[in-house]
Design a protein around this ligand. Structure first.
Ligand code: NCD
Length: 401
């Protein structure tokens, strides 16, 4: 079936203004579904950060782990990932395991009844009969959003309905990656990590000149495939809510790879100072952009989306301008984390392994942060935050192992 026909019944709902849609994805001050990065406001991010910290802290002891495992042991999750994934899939699965959530998976539509011409919407509704949450990644941009509309429709008809979590929708959105990126940024630019952080953890304040706490008042440099990188789109949207944010977008000068015009306009309208460049060595007002950045967010070129024309164009590009090198990192601020959603491209080498030992290299910790942040998200969505806080504040068992 043509996907356009398949989702046409939701066309009108999809086209409504963002604020109307956002209110439908919330319930009683909590997320009912997580579909769009714009749902992650600063207050919610702070709440999730605190919960993620509690979970990581509790998981250091056997007793803490056992208590966490009981928290959502009565819940079941469906991981419907028909697009390749390593980190998002495994960290969601690990998050479920930490909280005692039982999970099952469909990773290839050919192994489901979609191969018998079942519509995708019927498959999703079927999952909702057996599971308590559907975590989904597909190549179709609007699919998870339509699933949330379907669940809301079922709920209004007093039928069974479960939360939908968008774990990557085509080249469009990746809100849970934005969540873990923000968790990493909040931790890096936080003031209160003295007693709980391990001495090796990189905290901006400890690495040179004091830098203003929090994500605001900072310059973020995004580099790579900004046109098709959904992680950049989602993170930039979330960061745009903070004060005095400047964003530098470094990509090849090419319609496919540079930042989408509409998104740039939206960011500018929300007060972000945006500048575009075509090399990491570019300057602004005579100063190298690398020296101005408080955070560097690298991405790979998403070759799987290439047409043969794109392939041809890219084979003629000099991608060296979009790679970091020890020489380039030596010019960066001592407090600027180097982030990447991963996977990195081992052939293009936008971040060579020689950078991994740099204390600012955040990407492996960023990936691990995804597990804690996604666990916190599940606790929040299943309304178990108070129970988590109770377990956390009742920590005599921390010393038990
Ligand atoms: C990203 C994705 O799938 O969008 N990976 C991830 O979820 N960590 C980035 C990418 O594939 O380049």
């Amino acid at each position: 079936m043509n996907p356009d026909d398949e989702f046409s019944e939701f066309g009108e709902q999809l086209r409504r203004p963002l604020d109307v849609k956002l209110s439908e994805f919330q319930r009683n001050g909590r997320l009912k579904h997580l579909i769009l990065a714009s749902q992650l406001d600063s207050e919610l991010l702070e709440r999730l950060r605190r919960m993620a910290d509690m979970i990581r802290h509790l998981s250091r002891t056997r007793q803490g782990n056992l208590r966490l495992k009981g928290l959502l042991a009565h819940r079941r999750a469906m991981l419907y990932f028909t697009q390749p994934s390593t980190r998002t899939f495994l960290s969601f699965m690990a998050a479920c395991q930490i909280l005692g959530v039982t999970c099952n998976e469909v990773r290839d539509a050919a192994t489901s009844s979609e191969s018998k011409r079942e519509s995708r919407m019927d498959s999703i509704r079927m999952f909702s009969s057996y599971f308590d949450v559907i975590i989904m990644r597909t190549v179709i941009p609007c699919f998870s959003e339509c699933c949330a509309f379907l669940m809301n429709r079922l709920e209004s008809a007093s039928m069974r309905s479960v939360p939908i979590i968008n774990a990557g929708s085509g080249a469009d959105e990746h809100p849970t990656q934005a969540l873990l990126d923000m968790y990493t940024i909040l931790r890096t630019f936080s003031e209160d990590y003295t007693q709980e952080s391990k001495p090796s953890r990189f905290v901006a304040q400890q690495s040179g000149k004091p830098v203003e706490a929090g994500p605001g008042h900072k310059t973020y440099l995004f580099c790579g495939d900004l046109g098709r990188g959904r992680t950049v789109r989602s993170l930039a949207s979330v960061l745009s809510q903070y004060e005095k944010v400047r964003m530098f977008f470094v990509s090849p000068d090419n319609d496919v790879l540079r930042m989408e015009r509409k998104l740039l306009e939206r960011l500018r309208n929300s007060g972000v100072e945006c500048e575009e460049f075509h090399s990491l060595d570019a300057t602004i007002d005579g100063r190298p952009i690398l020296e101005e950045a408080d955070c560097l967010y690298m991405t790979r070129i998403q070759r799987e989306h290439n047409s043969s024309v794109d392939e041809q164009n890219q084979s003629e590009m000099n991608l060296a301008d979009f790679r970091i090198t020890p020489e380039r990192t030596s010019r960066m601020r001592s407090w600027a984390p180097i982030m990447h959603p991963f996977p990195r491209d081992s052939v293009t080498g936008e971040i060579p392994v020689s950078i991994d030992a740099d204390p600012r290299a955040m990407y492996f910790r960023q990936a691990r942060n995804g597990m804690w942040a996604r666990a916190a998200l599940l606790v929040h969505m299943f309304d178990a935050s108070e129970e988590l806080m109770e377990i956390y504040s009742n920590r005599q068992f921390h010393q038990a192992t």
